[in-house]
Design a binder for this molecule. Structure first.
Ligand SMILES: O=C(COP(=O)(O)O)[C@@H](O)[C@H](O)[C@H](O)COP(=O)(O)O
Ligand SMILES: [Mg+2]
Ligand SMILES: [Mg+2]
Ligand SMILES: [Mg+2]
Length: 384
């Protein structure tokens, strides 16, 4: 059976700051998705949240970028945003950047990860959802999952994986994508994806048969809006097992809490902390950036599950290290490399500050000239 998995997310407002989605807004979204299921637009759905981001996980047979499915998601967000407004929740409608829907939600604010797949006999998938970071945050774990045998022994051991995987990398500034194959081109691949603010892994395919293995939401909100309007808080779908990374290999890629951009005011590097659904809320310094993982099986379009993937003491040490790293980074205060580099601050306050101070900057040479003339005057007076 051909099934499309659509994960569409948006921040429609949250409780007590950019902290956590309110259950009443989830209920409003649920009504819209239940009606869409009733009408046969979608087969199944699951609604959840990570931090202040409302997540709609949907299955159907209508393919990617389908107008009806996207309209359903848009209406769900609109209804949820209305409730957020009524309750006086913070930043109600934050990610809904447009008033009108025009065919699909791309470019309107919500993040989208979709894959249209031929269901295998058993189709295990993991859905990863992050808050207070951006799409490039998945570059490192995706590389580990699909190209690093120290993380994924299946690349060496499983004959179906042995041919490697190819990565579609998008330059989010130029809007161009390039396909690079691992292991053959890993140095070129790393040269790009090591700059995750610009080069984002969008899709991963198995080399042997072009099977689609992973999809990331690549929207960068500030590039859409031209100013800082919250972080993108990306989602990712990964297919698992039987010639693909095992569930444990996919999760292992998150055992190291690597530094990602985001956190407070979208302007700081901090560790990506994998958490359970219970802890999927932004707290310390509006973070640290959090990652929720849910596991499902997809059967005839039905979502079987979920299981809460990081709700496990095996990730306690990752979280402990993340907290130590959070402390260490915080002690830098407003200094780089805790604070983001200027290019990434472009859409926040930095241009305004530079504009304000424009006339107070003096040319070094002018300062010297002024000093020299004072000195010359003093000298002249001294000789009198
Ligand atoms: O990055 C943040 C929110 O991102 P998000 O909504 O999760 O995309 C927060 O740290 C806010 O920037 C911070 O709380 C300040 O928010 P405002 O008071 O400017 O709304
Ligand atoms: Mg928010
Ligand atoms: Mg968020
Ligand atoms: Mg956001």
């Amino acid at each position: 059976m051909r099934t499309t998995i659509s994960v569409i997310k948006a921040d429609i407002g949250s409780l007590a700051g950019h902290h956590i989605v309110h259950p009443d807004t989830m209920a409003a979204a649920n009504k819209v998705l239940a009606a869409a299921k009733e009408q046969g637009i979608i087969i199944d759905y699951y609604i959840t949240h990570v931090g202040d981001d409302l997540q709609l996980i949907m299955t159907h047979t209508r393919g990617e970028l389908d107008t009806k499915v996207h309209e359903t998601a848009w209406n769900a967000f609109k209804e949820a945003a209305k409730v957020a407004k009524d309750l006086g929740l913070y930043a109600a409608g934050q990610d809904l950047l447009s008033d009108s829907f025009s065919g699909n939600v791309r470019g309107l604010g919500p993040g989208v990860a979709e894959m249209d797949i031929e269901e295998r006999t058993s189709e295990p998938i993991a859905i990863f959802m992050a808050d207070k970071t951006e799409p490039g945050a998945y570059n490192l774990p995706l590389y580990k999952m699909f190209a690093d045998p120290f993380n994924t022994p299946g690349l060496v051991i499983d004959p179906t994986m042995h041919g490697g995987f190819k990565f579609e990398v998008l330059d989010v500034y130029e809007g161009e994508a390039v396909m690079l194959s691992a292991p053959q081109e890993i140095y070129d691949l790393l040269a790009l994806i090591g700059t995750p603010a610009r080069y984002v892994i969008r899709r991963v395919y198995r080399n042997e048969d072009n099977l689609l293995a992973a999809v990331v939401s690549i929207e960068r909100l500030n590039l859409i809006a031209g100013k800082y309007v919250g972080k993108d808080d990306p989602v990712m779908i990964v297919r698992l097992q039987h010639g693909l990374p095992a569930l444990g290999e996919a999760l292992e890629a998150f055992a190291f809490p690597h530094l990602v951009p985001g956190w407070m005011r979208g302007s700081h590097y901090g560790p990506l902390m994998p958490v359970s659904q219970r802890d999927a809320k932004a707290t310390r310094f509006d973070g640290p950036p959090r990652l929720l993982g849910l596991g499902f099986n997809v059967k005839n379009g039905k979502l079987v599950g979920p299981t809460d993937l990081f709700d496990d003491p095996a990730f306690d040490e990752t979280r402990r290290l993340a907290n130590i790293v959070a402390d260490y980074m915080r002690r830098h205060g407003p200094f780089m490399p805790h604070r983001l580099e200027p290019t990434e601050m472009e859409y926040t306050t930095l241009p305004l500050i530079l504009e304000k101070l424009k006339n107070r900057f003096k040319k070094e040479s002018d300062v010297y000239k002024a000093k020299e003339s004072v000195y010359a005057k003093e000298e002249a007076q001294g000789h009198d």
